[in-house]
Design a protein around this ligand. Structure first.
Ligand SMILES: *Cc1c(COP(=O)(O)O)cnc(C)c1O
Length: 379
């Protein structure tokens, strides 16, 4: 089946009891057994839930993967991946990444003895030099957040050949419509389904997709033991969001391109970071691994002061100033004081994240209204 058909049908059969075409919200904590241990595949809802099952199958199908596992949030999914490792294990990680991921790695897992190397994963030879016999995972986020660099998933995945290393990709920014990391050699895909997969800013949710049966078993064991599972209503909302993922991503990308090109010609704007530009440093990689270039972009202003950024941010009327991304509505954010405030300023500047940087999650409104709003906010 092709992508759009999978988005609407994968994992979802009409309800066998009633014929309901939409997967019901199985709001139950337990399931009846006819004799001890004799049941219909469901025992207790931390372990299994039919609404969650349908969603797991659908997300796995969209990622061209074998197994999906859904979580209470993107961070619960990341947490589950980090728990695969033992004290002394080393992890190489994108240096420009989601602030919450940086926080859980440095403030939680470092104290359990895991060692993290944050580096620029676009420099493949530098990454190769960091690999030791203790390296167990390379964590990729691409496009990166918020500098919009693009990491070559295939080239990074080639580095693990013959070694006991897993490659994990946080695919939140691109969504499986734009790129499918497992097909490029990655072992684990992680999502904050709160963003594009859910798509309507009404749910917090996370997911993991893998091909390997044993890896699924280890992750499912972690999940069932630690308990970071999503509720059935949240699973239903993400399942509904997925049905329009393909058309939303097309429009996010079209609008993203229009806003990026508009900003590039604006006299007050210094730099615009969007992987679809031919002069973007990673454009060739983006062209190779991304179907379209998405609705995420960021820009800096010639007046590189926090004051100027705040002035512009307070003026938006159609764009809303808020954390998060990937919903149908357009959002703007100030990474230095919002999403990336938990990363020290020196670390932020190392990856190019200046004080005036504004991140934009371009929604699917009318592009003309969005450009008019940019115009008045910058003007
Ligand atoms: C939001 C986000 C997360 C965390 O997901 P939650 O659902 O908020 O827990 C992880 N990675 C990226 C890239 C994100 O944008």
């Amino acid at each position: 089946m092709k992508f759009a058909t999978k988005a609407i049908h994968a994992g979802q059969e009409p309800d066998p009891a009633t014929g309901a075409i939409m997967t019901p919200i199985y709001q139950t904590s337990t399931y009846v057994q006819s004799s001890p241990g004799k049941h219909k595949g469901y025992e207790y809802a931390r372990t299994q839930n039919p609404t969650r099952d349908a969603l797991q199958k659908c997300i796995a199908a969209l990622e061209n993967g074998k197994h999906g596992l859904c979580f209470a949030s993107g961070m619960a999914a990341t947490d589950s991946v980090a728990k695969l490792f033992k004290p002394g294990d080393e992890i190489i990680c994108t240096n420009d990444l989601y602030g919450g991921t940086y926080r859980i790695f440095t403030k939680v897992y470092q104290s359990y003895g895991l060692k993290f190397h944050f580096t620029d994963l676009t420099k493949i030879e530098e990454v190769r030099k960091l690999i030791t016999d203790k390296t167990r995972m390379i964590w990729i986020e691409t496009p990166t957040n918020p500098m919009m660099r693009v990491i070559d998933i295939q080239a990074i995945s080639a580095l693990k050949k013959g070694k006991n290393i897993l490659v994990a990709v946080d695919n939140t920014f691109a969504s499986p419509y734009i790129q499918q990391p497992l097909d490029l050699g990655a072992d684990i895909v992680v999502h904050s389904a709160t963003k594009y997969l859910g798509g309507h800013s009404d749910v917090v949710h996370g997911a993991i997709v893998v091909n390997d049966d044993e890896l699924l078993e280890r992750l499912a064991f972690q999940q069932n033991s630690c308990g970071g599972v999503p509720g059935p209503q949240d699973c239903f909302l993400v399942l509904r969001g997925l049905k329009t993922l393909h058309i939303r991503m097309e429009r996010h990308s079209e609008n993203g391109e229009k806003i990026a090109r508009y900003l590039k010609n604006h006299s007050k704007v210094d730099k615009v970071f969007w992987p679809g530009f031919e002069d973007h440093p990673d454009h060739m990689t983006a062209k190779k691994q991304m179907k379209v270039y998405g609705g995420m972009l960021s820009f800096t202003m010639k007046d590189d002061s926090i004051k100027e950024a705040y002035k512009v941010l307070e003026k938006f009327k159609v764009f809303s100033l808020a954390e998060s991304l990937g919903g149908v509505e357009s959002l703007v954010g100030h990474p230095a004081s919002m999403t990336h405030a938990s990363i020290p300023r020196e670390e932020r500047l190392k990856s190019g994240l200046k004080d005036s940087l504004i991140r934009v999650s371009v929604g699917i409104e009318d592009a003309e209204d969005l450009i008019a709003d940019m115009e008045q906010a910058l003007g």
